[in-house]
Design a protein around this ligand. Structure first.
Ligand SMILES: [Zn+2]
Length: 401
């Protein structure tokens, strides 16, 4: 099949006016000006007309379990109160509700042009009961704060829940809820099985205060539920976690909001570069300290965007995340912002040549959005705020409207 469009935004070079992409099975086999692609490929032509054809978007961080919590959790005084509120809301939910939540989330993500997602899954046993219409990296979210003695069993159980899953990883939840043993077992298993690794790190001022000052609402809450707090005090959450595990290329780490000057020195000296998933609208919901985009980029960190869960966001639109990013960082070009939902997360997933760009040999995950014309195509893409009318995942096209 040859897909023709007013402009093909490859993210692998400049946009191609009157371009075309040839797809065979689940792969892109050719891309270029329409006349040339048509000459080289004797295929059926689908003309997408006055649209931009671009790589499908990749959501680098979300929790589809909580799609059903949209609008239900009021803004709290503190991050710790939010954790208490979501825990209370979760107590009333059943596996059937979570399964529906995940299905609704997948459908919504696809309507917004997302063709791949990194999903932290709190209930790994549900994974085998879902069917995913988009490319999904399942990362069981592991917490052992109430019972830190059996990390290996926890990892084994998560792995066996994913035996039939192609794209997978492990996500010890956060340094305040996952033990050193759990982080280490996850890292070890990831190395053996070439898995993605995820976690939440230094998301809130309260997490910072817990590790740095051994005080604050999160410190009190964790102490109350029985966490051994002797590891708190005198170090930042980042420095703490770097002592537990090496945070290298395979880590896609959510948030990284609260950093001290000493953390930037630590990061600059570290030979490893993990990937960062920033969630601009969830960040705003919580009122975290300003995200240190410029400094992190300067020392070589690649930033991806994610929606986080709908317990702290309104919808699963990465276009809305791009616009929030643009409001916060007006000096970024629209192209750089689009990279944060295409090429950057593709790199974090170790799929540089397969996802996030339109190039021969890449997987056929594509979206098309209508153009009004008259301005820069990247600006138009970032400004797009409707349902994405056409998506293709793994070579299968779908009309979304
Ligand atoms: Zn999260």
């Amino acid at each position: 099949m040859i897909l023709g469009a007013r402009v093909v935004v490859t993210m692998d070079g400049p946009p191609i006016e009157n371009g075309a992409v040839a797809v065979s099975g689940n792969r892109i086999v050719d891309v270029g000006p329409f006349a040339e692609v048509e000459k080289r490929n004797a295929d059926e032509v689908v003309d997408l007309g006055e649209q931009a054809l671009l790589p499908g978007l990749i959501n680098a961080h979300c929790h589809l379990d909580y799609t059903c919590l949209r609008g239900t959790i009021q803004r709290q005084r503190s991050f710790t109160d939010w954790i208490r509120a979501i825990n209370a809301a979760k107590a009333a939910l059943t596996p059937a509700v979570y399964l529906n939540s995940i299905a609704v989330g997948f459908a919504e993500a696809r309507r917004f042009g997302t063709t791949a997602v990194v999903n932290f899954e709190a209930f790994p046993e549900l994974i085998a009961r879902t069917s995913s219409p988009i490319r999904t990296w399942w990362l069981p979210e592991l917490i052992d704060v109430r019972n830190p003695n059996l990390p290996e069993q926890l990892v084994d159980r998560a792995m066996s829940a994913m035996s039939a899953i192609e794209n997978k990883g492990l996500a010890p939840h956060a340094p305040f809820t996952a033990s050193r043993g759990l982080y280490r077992h996850c890292q070890e298993r990831a190395r053996e099985c070439n898995l993605l690794l995820g976690t939440h790190l230094t998301e809130s001022r309260e997490e910072f205060s817990m590790f740095h000052n051994a005080t604050g609402p999160l410190y009190d809450f964790m102490k109350e539920i029985g966490r051994d707090m002797r590891d708190c005090g005198g170090q930042t959450p980042l420095a703490y976690l770097l002592r537990q595990v090496a945070l290298g290329e395979r880590w896609l780490i959510a948030h990284v909001n609260e950093l001290a000057e000493s953390d930037f020195d630590l990061l600059a000296r570290s030979p490893n570069r993990f990937h960062i998933a920033h969630s601009p609208r969830s960040h705003k919901y919580f009122g975290h300290s300003p995200f240190q985009l410029k400094k992190l980029r300067e020392i070589g960190f690649s930033i991806c965007l994610g929606t986080d869960s709908l317990a702290s966001n309104d919808d699963l639109s990465l276009f809305a995340e791009m616009r929030e990013m643009q409001r916060n960082e007006p000096r970024l070009s629209p192209r750089e912002i689009l990279e944060m939902v295409t090429v950057n997360p593709a790199g974090a997933l170790d799929r540089q040549s397969l996802l996030g760009r339109i190039t021969s040999g890449a997987l056929a995950d594509l979206i098309a959005i209508p153009l009004e014309g008259g301005r820069d195509v990247f600006e138009e893409i970032v400004a797009f705020d409707k349902v994405v009318p056409w998506t293709m995942v793994d070579g299968h096209a779908h009309n979304g409207v």
